[in-house]
Design a protein around this ligand. Structure first.
Ligand code: NAG
Ligand code: NAG
Ligand code: NAG
Ligand code: NAG
Ligand code: NAG
Length: 494
């Protein structure tokens, strides 16, 4: 979300800020200690260290006392203003859907475990969580409750308040298999909300990133955590047209690329037996640009992650764009949309019956925050290729829409529609607070902005998917719906 008015509100605090500064986490004495651990589908295991590693290695195996395999990489990379190096290693030869134990090689690390991904075509039911607009908590973080009006109280918030969404995801870690997070992670660009940071923005931005990814490790280091970009990843601060003031290293999605660029999947071979599908899949993989746009398959789902920030006509974060964030492009002029068309066309519903697209900015939302250029660029392709579920955030609340194409409700409703179900799962929690649900929108059936929340998507069978919105604090189910799709057509083109 764009929060210019409140940044202006925060400025009067300037006077009281002289004493304090950025709240960096302590650097471990042993600088090989892995921090900010994170996993992804397709085998990568990534973490940061406070020194460059000559060799980043992970030992792994199916028993905790026999870590018989080892994978290494020599690519330990940093960027200007970062105190840490990002390391990523891809574990190969994994038996699907199996518990693996692993140890990041360090003089100060322990044995952890994760479950290897399901192969495409495995029809076992499972759940996936969608969290968007998360944000750090603590000294630089958010309020637990509240709407936009409560943002004025942020400087007085108890720093020890726990992040209710991360807490809930950690406590229910055995109930789901992966997490998607299309955009807006740490909110490092909101450093200026805290008066203590006002004279130390460069460090405050970095301190928030370090703290947030440490807070996320208990879930991102246990489950594949699939990322795509949001506006808060773009630059050191989101006040339009001041991005030019950001120091080198804090602009143009630098941390996002450094952190997730080596982790999100690139090429994978289509498991369809159809030759056209294989050709389309190969084309899509050649055009994919992880971590911005890419796809992956997991059990009975094909998930396509899109970039609603850059790389299409009138993209908001691109140079000259409406958000003034002067970022990208990351591909050639038509690369992202060519990727999307080829990728969606490649989906063989006899292998992966469910097709999910996820991105940051929605075009269906109550209130006024709808991304019209995103709708123009992406919606026709989502409809044409029969996307079942489309997941967005950016607006800080939870919303569900009936299947809809070009603002018109699908006549079949939830019973085998042609149009996608759209949801907004942007209420995970961040320093900007929740967005009121605003005015109704014709196809909206659920909207919630009382407390932080997220979505759990359960693929029950080849024909039924259940979407639940969960209140982070209590675990209460706020809304539950089941979409039925016959999935009778192997390749959908409509
Ligand atoms: C070892 O790691 C733990 C947590 O991962 C950290 O708290 C501790 O400070 C580290 N020890 C040293 C000597 O760096
Ligand atoms: C934060 O979480 C910890 C561990 O779950 C708990 O012991 C502590 O009481 C929580 N703190 C607050 C302020 O809720
Ligand atoms: C951002 O980085 C990409 C390459 O990663 C580059 O092509 C593009 O020109 C950069 N954009 C700006 C505004 O610097
Ligand atoms: C779906 O929406 C597109 C615009 O995105 C429109 O061109 C098309 O006619 C619509 N199809 C149906 C069946 O409503
Ligand atoms: C919006 O209006 C529709 C149609 O009147 C109604 O079914 C729906 O419940 C409303 N949504 C909310 C969140 O009130």
């Amino acid at each position: 979300m764009n929060i210019l008015p409140t940044s202006v509100k925060a400025l009067p605090f300037l006077a009281v800020c002289v004493m304090a500064a950025a709240s960096y986490p302590a650097i471990p004495q042993d600088r090989t200690t892995p921090v900010q651990q994170r996993l992804a589908v397709k085998g990568p295991n990534a973490w940061n260290t406070y020194q460059k590693l000559d060799q980043a290695c992970v030992q792994y195996g199916t028993s905790s006392d026999a870590l018989t395999s080892e994978a290494c990489s020599t690519d330990s990379a940093t960027y200007p203003t970062s105190r840490t190096y990002s390391n990523a290693v891809t574990l190969t030869g994994l038996t699907p859907a199996t518990t693996y134990y692993y140890k990041i090689v360090s003089t100060n690390s322990s044995v952890e475990h994760f479950s290897s991904p399901r192969v495409a075509g495995d029809k076992t039911p499972f759940s996936m969580n969608a969290v968007i607009d998360m944000g750090v908590y603590g000294a630089d973080g958010y309020t637990i409750q509240g709407d936009m009006s409560k943002r004025d109280t942020i400087p007085q918030i108890d720093p020890s308040l726990n992040h209710t969404t991360i807490g809930r995801l950690a406590n229910t870690v055995d109930d789901y298999e992966l997490i998607i997070h299309p955009g807006d992670f740490a909110y490092a660009d909101d450093w200026f909300y805290k008066p203590k940071n006002l004279l130390d923005g460069k460090d405050a931005f970095q301190a928030i990133l370090e703290t947030f990814y440490n807070q996320l490790a208990p879930i991102a280091g246990r489950k594949p955590y699939m990322a795509s970009p949001g506006n808060h990843e773009a630059a050191c601060q989101e006040i339009p047209y001041t991005t030019g003031l950001c120091p080198d290293g804090q602009e143009n999605f630098t941390d996002f690329m450094n952190r997730f660029g080596k982790m999100m999947p690139t090429a994978f071979t289509s498991t369809s037996s159809d030759n056209t599908a294989k050709v389309n899949a190969n084309k899509a993989q050649a055009l994919a640009k992880p971590p911005f746009w890419y796809s992956f398959e997991y059990g009975m789902i094909h998930v396509t992650m899109i970039d609603t920030e850059t790389d299409f006509a009138n993209a908001p974060d691109q140079p000259g764009g409406s958000a003034g964030l002067d970022s990208g492009p990351f591909g050639t002029a038509t690369q992202q949309l060519d990727f999307l068309a080829a990728d969606l066309a490649s989906v063989d519903r006899s292998v992966t019956p469910w097709l999910v697209v996820a991105g940051h900015r929605p075009w269906y939302s109550t209130g006024s925050n709808r991304c019209a250029p995103c709708k123009a660029a992406f919606e026709p392709l989502l409809y044409k290729y029969g996307v079942d579920l489309a997941i967005f955030g950016h607006v800080h609340n939870s919303q569900r829409f009936l299947p809809v194409n070009d603002t018109k409700p699908d006549p079949k409703g939830m019973n085998d529609p042609k149009a996608p179900v759209y949801i907004v799962a942007g209420g995970a929690g961040n320093i900007e607070g929740l967005s009121g649900v605003g005015s109704n929108y014709s196809t909206n059936v659920f909207a919630y902005a009382e407390d932080f929340s997220y979505a759990t998507v359960s693929f029950l069978s080849e024909n039924e998917v259940k979407v639940e919105f969960i209140r982070s604090l209590t675990g209460e189910v706020l809304d539950s719906s089941v979409l039925y799709k016959s999935h009778g057509q192997q390749f959908v083109v409509q």
